[in-house]
Write a protein that binds this ligand. Structure first.
Ligand SMILES: Nc1ncnc2c1ncn2[C@@H]1O[C@H](COP(=O)(O)OP(=O)(O)O)[C@@H](O)[C@H]1O
Ligand SMILES: [Mg+2]
Length: 424
């Protein structure tokens, strides 16, 4: 099996120096090769190590107001800039091994965000550090500082009082696909599309967030990526079957799951093992067979999982009782195409009739936001259908060493637990 290309943080034995609260050191030869492969270049490391914010770079410049997120890798706080009063989100960067310095995966996230300035992508304002009394002597904590958004989509959908119209759904999907197109156009894969990673501002503008697993699309032929990415419930069949030469289609699948969730208000396929997830996908999208997806036979785990046979595709049948709009169903159907080569791009999705038939999408969903008087996040609203969300969280920390994918267990459908199937 090929090794995934994801990388560990730096080598603790390398010489270190302090600069501006960041640990700076010359990368080892081995690290330099890895950095080059992952596009985290020495000048970028140097830039981060010497980063001087024009107006603030110590976390004490912010007054922490409330915890709004507990991701897999750390906490996110709502905070206020003591000087300007501006509301921000502080995302703490978890240092798995503090001696390793600023984690290379966080550098990756910073680099992606710097490349991705766009109306529908979360805005990185600053990086700041702190030296708390509790932390080991001289070791800083690091935070990414973002423009604060009032809600995430998982939190919004958890709130039953919030009624979405077709116009709202069209507008949100248009924003989502526009942001995704921008990401893919910049040769980046998001790799963690899910409702909790989608923010909505109080002005009703959607922003794609959490670039902790994002990475550049390599132009190098035969470059291999780890397939242990994307939260299980939103993970496309090619990743579940071990593909490690995937592309933008993995994010498109997630967009399809999220679009359906705008109606179901809960993730549509909540498997708790890879085998179950594949079975749920087959139940909805039909059997995973070479007739609909010729290349599937060459995927590493095609023979290792039990793939249910003779199942018809039932997207319109099963979603039809919840989604009345035929164009919406048709678009979900396309986004959730089993064969990644036929799944289409974000740009193609934006051209779909769904967006060009009445009622038309609007500029934003500000009218929807006007009726919501408190911030709604997955973390704060973890009740009702979203209470169990953590089960589907992604499987590995982005700061730690990437694990080589475990070969799938030979589960049989007969011995698996009850399925979590939220539509039917
Ligand atoms: N800019 C922001 N404004 C408001 N809340 C945010 C912001 N960024 C993240 N959050 C909240 O924090 C949660 C975790 O942040 P995220 O970037 O997804 O980190 P993780 O990698 O730990 O999942 C998000 O699901 C969201 O609820
Ligand atoms: Mg997240």
């Amino acid at each position: 099996m090929s090794q995934p290309m994801d990388i560990d943080p730096g080598n603790a034995d390398a010489p270190q120096s302090q600069s501006n609260g960041f640990q700076s050191r010359v990368p080892t030869g081995e690290e330099a090769v890895v950095m080059e492969r992952s596009k985290v270049t020495a000048p970028l490391l140097h830039y981060i190590a010497n980063f001087k914010s024009p107006y603030m770079n110590d976390v004490s410049c912010y007054e922490i107001l409330k915890k709004v997120g507990q991701g897999t890798f750390g906490e996110v706080f709502k905070a206020r800039c003591r000087t300007t009063g501006r509301k921000v989100a502080l995302k703490r960067i978890l240092l798995e091994n503090e001696l390793d310095g600023f984690p290379i995966t966080a550098l990756r996230e910073v680099k992606m965000l710097q490349q991705l300035k766009h109306q529908h992508i979360t805005e990185l304002l600053d990086i700041c550090s702190s030296r708390s009394a509790n932390s080991k002597k001289g070791i800083a904590k690091f935070y990414l500082v973002f423009t604060f958004c009032d809600h995430d989509l998982a939190g919004l959908l958890s709130n039953k009082k919030m009624q979405l119209s077709l116009t709202h759904r069209k507008t949100l999907m248009k924003h989502l696909l526009t942001g995704l197109h921008q990401i893919h156009h910049s040769s980046i894969l998001h790799r963690d599309m899910k409702a909790a990673n989608i923010l909505v501002t109080r002005e009703g503008v959607l922003k794609l967030a959490d670039f902790g697993l994002a990475r550049p699309i390599f132009k190098v032929q035969n470059a291999l990526f780890t397939n242990r990415v994307v939260t299980l419930w939103y993970r496309p069949p090619e990743l579940l079957l071990g593909e490690n030469q995937y592309g933008t289609a993995i994010d498109i699948w997630g967009a399809g799951c999220i679009m359906a969730e705008l109606w179901t208000r809960t993730p549509i396929m909540q498997g708790n093992t890879e085998q179950k997830q594949l079975s749920l996908i087959s139940n909805l999208c039909g059997s995973i067979v070479p007739e609909v997806w010729p290349d599937v036979v060459s995927l590493p785990y095609f023979d290792k999982f039990e793939l249910p046979q003779n199942l018809k595709r039932k997207i319109s049948e099963r979603l039809g009782c919840i989604i009345q709009d035929v164009n919406a169903i048709d678009l979900i159907d396309r986004l959730m195409t089993l064969n990644p080569k036929k799944r289409g791009s974000a740009e193609e999705a934006l051209d779909h009739t769904f967006f060009f038939t009445a009622p038309h999408p609007k500029e934003d969903v500000s009218d929807l936001m006007a009726g919501i008087h408190q911030s709604l996040f997955e973390y704060t609203e973890r009740q009702g259908p979203h209470a169990e969300r953590r089960k589907g969280e992604r499987v590995q920390p982005h700061n730690g060493p990437r694990r080589v994918p475990n070969p799938p267990r030979q589960n049989t459908l007969a011995n698996t637990d009850q399925f979590h199937d939220m539509i039917f």
